[in-house]
Design a protein around this ligand. Structure first.
Ligand code: HEM
Length: 417
């Protein structure tokens, strides 16, 4: 019945064709062919060695969601949820509607399987990336409800407390996460909405975050965007083209263990509030000293252009370092952290204002790394960061992001093997 209603548009026709055979390689790869350059009409393959949404060129919009699993959920139910999420994500990322709404769909008396607000919209570069939080392996009472405790990656535990943390529990943690990135906000929100709906009775939304502009580049083909401090952000990021550096710093290697996580990554999420009203009263020269780069060009203060390597030894006429000792880029640089690097994939946010009339704005920081130790090393180094006067970390979460999904499998299947 629903398909008939939708049949008038091209999207409806695609659903009709795909639902006869399931999603075929031909259908997905034909659409994926336009994906490499991003853009509204493009679709990225859902299946692959790694999950999409990590080295995929960062899209412009984000809806990120963290879920708590229901106390009644058992291992079988969890596998069913992951299977339904996988099926839905495989369709959504190709610009198709959800076919079965899990617990809520599937009968003539039930609401439509797809909520409908993305009908007629293209895939818009949508990627859906799933992650597993520490609570999936042992819950708060220490119980091993899903029989997964022995498979928890040793490093997957709540991050340590960092200096200056002002974390709000209602914006932190989560047993499961979904990162939906797209070039159209309606498409990203539609994905999270439908996946939440599919989870009905099995997992509930704990917190979610919208992001409206990327604050990183993850491909050398992308121009560097700006964060809400007005600075180029993502210049020195790890990028898709970095080849073996991704194996060294982003992808969990077989030898790292546990075996099920090989090809995956660790995701850190931090909701970082920016006190932008104070920042906006800081002189340009001081802003640049705090970052360690020029505001216009994004060049290191040691000289050159945007992609010139910073020279932390360079000094000015008076013998003082050109890049300040408490500059963000000095303290974040791998030379200050025992070689730790990461792939940053954050977004700007503005969520209304607080009771003092200040914008509730900032950077929703997302980073992917081979081990949480990389984030911990950099964040500890940043304790001396001059920018901290204008920042407040109010949310924090960590997830193990399994490897990519093969057709016919569900996300994270190796964890349950
Ligand atoms: C670099 C801003 C938080 C890690 C940069 C750059 C800017 C920037 C403007 C220089 C351009 C670039 O290379 O991307 C910010 C702001 C933050 C923030 C405004 C908070 C709201 C963090 C956090 C971490 C981090 C929490 C990790 C714990 C890095 C790294 C670099 C960097 C690794 C590259 C340094 C290099 O190799 O040159 N950040 N950042 N940043 N940031 Fe941040």
């Amino acid at each position: 019945g629903l398909l008939g209603l939708l049949g008038a548009g091209a999207a409806g026709a695609a659903v009709g064709a795909a639902s006869a055979t399931g999603i075929t390689m031909a259908a997905t790869s034909a659409m994926a062919g336009t994906g490499s350059g991003g853009g509204a009409a493009s679709a990225y393959p859902f299946f692959g060695a790694h999950q999409a949404g990590i080295v995929t060129p960062a899209q412009d919009r984000l809806h990120f969601a963290a879920f708590d699993v229901a106390s009644t959920l058992d291992r079988t139910g969890l596998i069913e949820l992951l299977t339904e999420w996988t099926d839905a994500a495989a369709r959504l990322t190709q610009g198709l509607e959800v076919e079965e709404g899990g617990a809520v769909g599937g009968s003539d008396y039930a609401p439509p399987a797809d909520t409908g607000e993305a009908l007629g919209l293209p895939a818009s570069g949508l990627t859906i990336t799933f992650g597993f939080g520490p609570g999936l392996f042992t819950d708060a009472s220490g119980a091993d409800r899903f029989g997964l405790a022995a498979r928890r990656p040793a490093a997957l535990e709540s991050l340590p407390r960092f200096q200056g943390d002002a974390l709000q529990p209602e914006r932190s943690g989560g047993d499961l996460c979904i990162q939906a990135c797209a070039d159209d906000p309606q498409v990203a929100v539609h994905a999270i909405r439908n996946l939440s709906r599919i989870a009905f009775g099995r997992a509930t939304l704990r917190w979610s975050q919208l992001g409206f502009g990327r604050t990183s580049s993850t491909s050398t083909a992308q121009a560097t965007p700006r964060n809400l401090f007005g600075f180029k952000d993502g210049t020195a990021n790890l990028k898709a083209e970095d080849g073996s550096a991704l194996d060294d710093h982003v992808w969990v290697q077989s030898a790292d263990g546990p075996a099920w996580l090989a090809g995956g990554s660790f995701l850190v999420a931090r909701r970082i509030r920016m006190i932008i009203e104070n920042w906006d009263r800081v002189q340009l020269g001081e802003q640049e000293q705090l970052v360690g780069r020029s505001k216009g060009e994004g060049a290191p203060l040691s000289g050159g252009t945007e992609f010139t390597e910073p020279d932390f030894e360079a000094t000015g006429a008076t013998g003082t370092p050109l890049i300040d000792t408490k500059a963000h880029v000095r303290l974040a640089h791998h030379s200050s952290n025992g070689g730790a690097r990461m792939l940053r994939r954050g977004y700007n946010f503005v969520d209304g204002n607080d009771e003092l009339g200040r914008l509730d704005a900032g950077l929703f920081f997302l980073s992917y790394q081979r081990s949480p130790e990389q984030f911990i090393a950099v964040q500890r180094s940043l304790a001396a960061d001059g920018l901290n006067e204008y920042l407040k970390h109010v949310g924090s979460a960590i997830f193990a992001v399994p490897a990519g999904v093969r057709e016919g499998e569900y996300v994270g299947q190796a964890l349950f093997a």
